[in-house]
Design a protein around this ligand. Structure first.
Ligand SMILES: NC(=O)c1ccc[n+]([C@@H]2O[C@H](COP(=O)([O-])OP(=O)(O)OC[C@H]3O[C@@H](n4cnc5c(N)ncnc54)[C@H](OP(=O)(O)O)[C@@H]3O)[C@@H](O)[C@H]2O)c1
Length: 163
């Protein structure tokens, strides 16, 4: 399973149910990485999408205790149920796409993290742990910086040591 997230220098990822900043090249990168794959998210992240609709051309799995079943995405009630639902899939095709609760919940099941590191500090109410200061993870790839909408960011890949 892989994490894919955009976070600021403190690990901030969202505020008031929305992203911190609009970064078109990061959106493109996210789309390229996840198209045709399985995306796993929490209910709040589904609700943050335009019209509360799932992402097209991907298998969408939404973790929630109370969302009713739907024909446009699969609902999952627990980590155990999730692992059962994806057991036939290639783990490299499973992307954890947020938000804060679900990133933390599923980090122990992830061996790779695609992190867009935004070189800013934004006001935020939702965050992820910083893998750059976690001894269990190492950075294996870092792009050159990209500047957009007044912020600079890099695309990084982290791997769990020993994975
Ligand atoms: N920067 C990024 O890359 C990025 C990516 C995604 C999201 N975000 C931001 O993150 C924020 C949303 O994150 P969030 O932490 O508030 O919410 P979230 O993680 O998207 O969803 C939380 C919900 O997931 C469900 N859930 C949690 N643990 C569960 C479990 N063990 N079993 C079943 N369901 C479980 C619960 O739904 P029920 O209440 O229905 O039970 C819970 O309310 C937004 O601001 C969004 O824009 C940022």
């Amino acid at each position: 399973m892989k994490w894919i997230v955009a976070c600021d220098r403190r690990g901030g990822i969202g505020k008031d149910g929305k992203l911190l900043v609009r970064l078109p090249s990061d959106m493109k990168y996210f789309r390229e990485q996840t198209l045709g794959k399985t995306v796993i998210m929490g209910r709040a992240t589904l609700e943050s999408f335009p019209g509360g609709k799932p992402l097209p051309k991907r298998r969408n799995i939404v973790l929630s205790s109370r969302l009713p079943e739907s024909s446009s995405y699969e609902v999952c009630r627990s980590v155990e149920q999730l692992l059962e639902m994806v057991k036939e899939e290639n783990p490299d095709d499973l992307f954890v796409i947020g938000g804060g609760q679900i990133y933390r919940l599923l980090l122990p099941y992830c061996d790779e993290a695609l992190i867009t590191e935004i070189d800013e500090i934004f006001p935020s109410d939702t965050s992820v742990p910083l893998l750059s200061s976690d001894a269990e993870w190492k950075c294996v790839s870092k792009s050159s910086p990209v500047s957009e909408n007044g912020v600079t960011y890099t695309f990084t890949v982290y791997r769990r040591i020993g994975a």
